[in-house]
Design a protein. Structure first.
Lengths: 113, 113
């Protein structure tokens, strides 16, 4: 069965600083990988997704993520964080034929002024 | 931008009562899902629905739960006799054929007292 680990429960960065959120997955086949963001009281918004091809994927709001098969990782990055990026971020893996998303436990991002 | 709409945003119910959570998926989507997030825990898959039938369900989705697409637009989740542990945020999601990036609704917070 697939699983997703987000090692950092909470990360605090200053506005303008760079950001990297870690995600490790466990899945037997080629994974479909996703990052979602959840602002307080809001739903889950898709930031980006990886299915195949270029291992560096670009998403919305200036986010990018890099798929590294050798490390079973799909880390999310942003070069310069804005205060509005404060939210909870979820990494997820798709089980292919079953079409079911398995989520990590999330990383809460706090942005300091 | 098309949205998945969920109603109500917050529902309080007494233990043992039946609740129906409603969702209006995006109109050209054919795959529909329910996920839930107990406070402080991971987002968990409940059920997927395609072609007017359940295509997959998790062990959480027991006989107390049911889903229905009563017309061409709504997708509902019914909990027959609510328990305290059903208190959670319930998310509806939909997807187009061939698209593994779901669109999630903003959720219904269910509180069972």
């Amino acid at each position: 069965a697939q699983s997703v680990t987000q090692p950092d429960i909470h990360i605090t960065v200053s506005e303008g600083a760079s950001l990297e959120l870690r995600c490790n997955y466990s899945y037997g086949a080629t994974p479909y990988l996703f990052w979602y963001v959840q602002s307080p009281g809001q739903g889950l918004q898709l930031l980006l997704k990886y299915f195949s091809g270029d291992t560096l994927v670009q998403g919305i709001k200036g986010f990018e993520a890099e798929f590294k098969r050798s490390q079973s990782s799909f880390n999310l990055r942003k070069p310069s964080v804005h205060w509005s990026d404060a939210a909870e971020y979820f990494c997820a893996v798709h089980s292919g034929s079953a079409r079911q998303l398995t989520f990590g436990s999330g990383t809460q991002l706090t942005v300091l002024p | 931008e098309p949205e998945v709409t969920q109603t109500p945003s917050h529902q309080v119910t007494q233990m043992g009562q039946e609740v129906i959570l409603r969702c209006v998926p995006i109109s050209n989507h054919l795959y529909f899902y329910w996920y839930r997030q107990i406070l402080g825990q991971k987002v968990e898959f409940l059920v997927s629905f395609y072609n007017n039938e359940i295509s997959e369900k998790s062990e959480i989705f027991d006989d107390q739960f049911s889903v229905e697409r009563p017309d061409g637009s709504n997708f509902t989740l019914k909990i027959r006799s609510t328990k305290l542990e059903d208190s959670a945020m319930y998310f509806c999601a939909s997807a187009r054929p061939g698209d593994y990036g779901y669109t999630f609704g903003s959720g219904t917070r269910l509180t069972v007292v």
